[in-house]
Design a binder for this molecule. Structure first.
Ligand code: ZN
Length: 461
């Protein structure tokens, strides 16, 4: 053979050998090299050459820890024919979960115009990073607030809160006094007024428009309508019905009835107004005081009776022991003595001698005190005509008036309970009509003295 032929055969042999190696060489591949953290991991290994699948011949070891994101290795080994291969393949444990954002409060917030939104709070949580609230970026665009949280793997979530400005809530009108009132024919009617408030505008009492009048010289029912609008035009109405009724005829011919007007819990800034009316009507009354001031001096000098009520007026204090009761009584006695130089002996128990609230503090204390005060030289008075001005009629001068005049009698010592402490302007408003009624019906007004017949309740503790 010629040399080149030998060479050619040689080349063919080499070529075939290489080709067979190429065809027989196992190729190793892992199908799942990216792993979600916290999942169970087993590599899906594929090994083959051109002719056969060799996967079951592969042995492997790995350091993959799926509880922690990161890069790991699986080392695959295969022995096949003349091949003894080892291949290291990288595995990546990753976090592909987006974090979550939880908003406190509503996603769609309604606010009044010009009201500022006060952030109600938010939290961000990622299954891998756990609490990432402090990584939240918060920003406002127009009427939206965006909250963006990104976890350590770059997964991102955006939450949005939308603010809507407006006011579609109606304002509210609250009537002072009752929505149904009664007034006697010929008597004057004073509207006890109202308050109005709006969720956005606040107090809008001065925007209330009332319509309707009461003709107290004509029997019948009269409606007074109150209407108010807030700045966005939401409207509310309320109505009060005032009925003019005829005055009942006194059930007794004019006799020697006496009325003892008594005012508890003063002095206050109203006391001088009470004294003005009493002066103008030339009527004497009795003040059961909790302290003493210039108005007390004026009352005393005008011939009214100054009597003791309580200094603290705190039931839990005065009725928890007789020592406390007399301490309290001495304190108000001292106050009065400093101003008018006398120590009154006429007294009235806080809540009256029939009060049951004292049971909460000491059983039987009223039984003891009602005899002990007499033993110590005091004389106590309760009442038998309650104006209810410290009850539900506190703001209702018409009812205060009716409560008094309907309970007067020519056959008893009329001791009328009223109050001249600071919240009782309705009492002041009713006072002149009460006095006029008494005068027109044959009564005489007097201040309580030690000669006044006792009016005492039944002791209930
Ligand atoms: Zn009182």
């Amino acid at each position: 053979m010629k040399k080149w032929k030998i060479f050619l055969v040689f080349l063919i042999i080499v070529f075939c050998f290489d080709l067979s190696i190429l065809f027989l060489y196992p190729v190793i591949h892992i199908n799942n090299t990216v792993v979600t953290y916290n999942s169970n991991y087993e590599p899906k290994i594929l090994a083959k050459n051109v002719f056969v699948n060799l996967s079951d011949k592969v042995t492997w070891t790995s350091n993959v820890d799926t509880s922690k994101i990161g890069k790991y290795k699986v080392i695959c080994k295969i022995k096949y024919l003349i091949f003894n291969l080892k291949k290291s393949i990288s595995i990546y444990v990753v976090d592909k979960d987006k974090p979550t954002i939880t908003l406190e409060g509503l996603e769609n917030v309604k606010l009044c115009p010009h009201e500022l939104y006060k952030e109600e709070g938010f939290t961000a949580f990622d299954f891998y990073d756990k609490d990432i609230t402090d990584k939240v970026k918060r920003y406002e665009i127009d009427n939206n607030i965006f909250y963006v949280a990104t976890d350590s793997s770059g997964n991102r979530i955006t939450a949005r809160r939308t603010i809507t400005y407006g006011d579609d809530e109606n304002p509210a009108i609250t009537l002072n006094g009752n929505s149904e009132m009664y007034v006697y024919l010929g008597n004057s009617f004073t509207d006890p007024m109202y308050t109005a408030s709006d969720n956005c505008d606040g107090d809008i009492t001065d925007k209330v428009i009332s319509t309707g009048t009461v003709d107290t010289n004509k029997l019948g029912s009269y409606d007074i309508t109150y209407e108010v609008s807030d700045s966005k035009g939401n409207k509310t109405q309320a109505t009060r019905r005032v009925t003019v009724i005829s005055r009942p005829v006194p059930n007794n011919s004019y006799g020697n009835g006496y009325i003892y007007l008594t005012f508890d819990d003063g002095p206050s800034n109203l006391t001088n107004m009470v004294l003005d009316i009493l002066d103008e009507e030339n009527v004497k009354a009795t003040f059961f005081v909790t302290s003493a001031n210039e108005a007390t001096r004026r009352a005393y000098n005008s011939g009214h009776t100054i009597a003791l009520h309580s200094y603290t007026h705190d039931y839990s204090y005065v009725y928890s022991s007789s020592e406390n009761y007399f301490d309290d009584l001495n304190t108000v006695s001292n106050k009065v003595y400093e101003v008018i130089g006398i120590r009154p002996t006429i007294i009235r128990f806080p809540g009256g001698s029939s009060n049951t609230i004292s049971r909460n503090y000491k059983a039987g204390i009223m039984t003891y005190l009602t005899s002990e005060v007499l033993r110590r030289g005091y004389n106590y008075f309760d009442w038998n005509v309650d104006s209810n001005d410290a009850g539900s009629d506190i703001y209702n001068s018409s009812n205060i008036y009716l409560n008094v005049i309907n309970n007067l009698s020519h056959n008893k010592t009329n001791i009328v309970l009223m109050h001249d402490s600071g919240s009782h302007s309705a009492t002041v408003n009713a006072l002149r009509d009460i006095i006029r009624f008494g005068k027109n019906n044959g009564y005489t007004f007097r201040a309580i003295t030690n000669d006044t017949p006792s009016v005492r309740h039944r002791v209930a503790n």
